[in-house]
Write a protein that binds this ligand. Structure first.
Ligand SMILES: Nc1ncnc2c1ncn2[C@@H]1O[C@H](COP(=O)(O)OP(=O)(O)OP(=O)(O)O)[C@@H](O)[C@H]1O
Ligand SMILES: Nc1nc2c(c(=O)[nH]1)N=C(CO)CN2
Length: 164
C-alpha cells in the first residue's frame, strides 16, 4: 500500500472547482481531505490569492511516480499553462511525501523540498493528519508552531468552502 500526502493549489478561474476536480480525480484513493485555506501568494507575490488544501491518498496500485503522474494529468485537465515558476495556475498538485520513500530525482523530489517553509502546506496537513511527521524535519505540528507570525497571518481557513 502506498500512502501519499498531496498539496493542492489554485489561483486562477474557479479555484474551488479546480481543487474539487483533483479530489474527484483521485477518487477512491482519497483517505482524508483538509479544510480549504485562502492564502496570500508566496514566491511571486504579484498574483491573485490561492486556495490551498491537502489530501491524504492511499492505493495498493499506485507508487510515488503514479501519484506524480496522476497529479500532472489532473493539472493538464484543468488546462494549466506552465509559464512562470511560482506563477499563477489553475491547479497545482505537489507530492509532499510518500510513506517510506525518499527521492533525489529532480523530477520527483521526496519529501518535497519546499515543505518545511510553506505554511500553505503545513497548516492544512497538520489539521488533516495531526500525527504527521515530515521526514528529516520532525512533527508537522511543531513545524507549524515554529512558523513566523507573518506566515500564519497569510493563511485563512475558509469553512464556507468545502471539498468533502
Ligand atoms: N515532489 C514533487 N511533486 C511535484 N512535482 C515535483 C516534485 N519533485 C519534483 N517535481 C518536479 O517539479 C517540476 C515543476 O513542478 P511545478 O511547475 O509544479 O513547480 P512549482 O509548483 O512552480 O514550484 P514548486 O515545485 O517549488 O512548488 C515538475 O516537472 C515535477 O516533475
Ligand atoms: N499562497 C500560495 N502561494 C503560492 C503557491 C501556493 O500554492 N499558495 N504555489 C506556488 C507555486 O507552486 C507559488 N505561490
Amino acid at each position: 500500500m502506498s500512502r501519499a500526502v498531496l498539496s493542492l493549489g489554485s489561483n486562477l478561474g474557479d479555484r474551488l472547482a479546480h481543487l474539487r476536480s483533483a479530489v474527484d480525480g483521485f477518487g477512491d484513493a482519497v483517505v482524508a481531505v483538509s479544510p480549504v485555506y485562502e492564502t496570500a501568494p508566496w514566491g511571486v507575490t504579484d498574483q491573485p490569492d490561492f486556495l490551498n488544501a491537502v489530501l491524504v491518498v492511499a492505493s495498493a496500485d499506485v507508487d510515488e511516480w503514479g501519484w506524480l503522474r496522476r497529479g500532472q494529468e489532473l493539472e493538464r485537465a484543468a488546462e494549466r499553462v506552465r509559464e512562470l515558476r511560482w506563477g499563477p495556475r489553475t491547479l497545482d498538485v505537489d507530492v509532499v511525501t510518500v510513506d517510506g520513500v525518499r527521492s533525489e530525482d529532480p523530477e520527483l523530489l521526496l519529501p518535497h523540498p519546499g515543505t518545511p517553509a510553506r505554511a500553505t502546506v503545513l497548516i492544512p496537513w497538520s489539521v488533516v493528519d495531526p500525527d504527521a511527521v515530515l521526514p528529516g524535519h520532525g512533527p508537522v505540528g511543531d513545524l507549524v508552531r515554529a512558523l513566523p507570525a507573518a506566515e500564519l497571518d497569510a493563511v485563512h481557513r475558509r469553512d464556507d468552502l468545502r471539498l468533502s
